[in-house]
Design a protein around this ligand. Structure first.
Ligand SMILES: [Fe+2]
Length: 201
C-alpha cells in the first residue's frame, strides 16, 4: 500500500523564524521523497532481478536509490516531528545522556552548532547501540552518506540549504539558532525513553 505523507501544517506560524512560505516549500519537498519511495518500492515489486549489474541495471539502480528516498522520507519526519516545541525544555533521560556524553548542556549545543556549520545535509544526535555513546552525526550527500549503523536518531536538524535559504539566505547559524529554540524536547525525550539510555544508572 502506498505510503501517505504526514501533514505538518500545524507547524505553520508556530516556529519562530521560519515563514509559511519556507515551511510549505519544505513540506512539498518532503512529499516528493514519499512519492519517490512509493515509486521505488512499487517498481522493486515487479522489476526483473535476473541480471543485476554494478554499472547499470534497472533492479540494481532501484536498490541504489532506495536508501535515498527512504532516508529522505523518514529523516524529514524525524525533523518535522521534533519541531514546534516552544516552551518545552530538555529533561529526563535525554538531558542526563547529554550531560554524560558532552559534560554539559552548553557543550552539547556548541557541538551541535559546530556540526551544523560543518554539514551540508543533516545533523543528527544519535545513540549508538554498539558503543553506548551519544554523538552528533553528519549525514550528507543524498541522506545516507555518513549515517552510523546501529543507531537511534534522537534529534534531527535539517541543514540542507532548502530548509532555510528562503528565510535566511547564507545566514545558516541564525537558522540553526531558530531550530534549537523550536525543538520539541518532549518528543525528543519520548525517543530517548525507548532507547537503552533509559535503563542506564
Ligand atoms: Fe529538507
Amino acid at each position: 500500500m502506498a505510503r501517505e505523507p504526514k501533514n505538518y501544517d500545524h507547524l505553520i506560524g508556530k516556529i519562530k523564524g521560519l515563514s509559511e512560505n519556507q515551511l510549505k516549500a519544505h513540506f512539498t519537498l518532503y512529499q516528493g521523497y514519499v512519492k519517490k519511495l512509493n515509486e521505488i518500492e512499487q517498481k522493486l515489486g515487479t522489476v526483473d532481478k535476473s541480471a543485476p549489474n554494478y554499472s547499470y541495471n534497472d533492479f540494481s539502480e532501484l536498490k541504489r536509490r532506495e536508501p535515498v528516498a527512504y532516508n529522505g522520507t523518514f529523516l524529514h519526519e524525524l525533523y518535522f516531528d521534533n519541531l514546534g516545541g516552544e516552551g518545552t525544555s530538555p529533561s529526563g533521560v535525554f538531558k542526563g545522556a547529554i550531560d554524560a556524553a558532552f559534560g554539559s548542556w552548553d557543550a552539547y549545543i556548541a557541538d551541535l552548532r559546530a556540526a551544523a556549520g560543518s554539514a551540508h545535509g543533516w545533523v543528527l544526535t544519535c545513540y549508538g547501540y554498539s558503543d553506548n555513546k551519544v554523538r552528533n552525526v553528519l549525514v550528507q550527500s543524498e541522506h545516507h552518506v555518513g549515517l552510523f549503523v546501529d543507531t537511534q536518531v534522537l534529534v534531527a536538524v535539517d541543514v540542507w540549504e532548502h530548509a532555510y535559504f528562503m528565510d535566511y539566505g547564507t545566514k545558516k547559524p541564525d537558522y540553526v539558532s531558530s531550530v534549537i529554540q523550536s525543538l520539541n524536547w518532549e518528543t525528543i525525550e519520548g525517543r530517548a525513553k525507548y532507547s537503552p539510555l533509559a535503563k542506564k544508572d
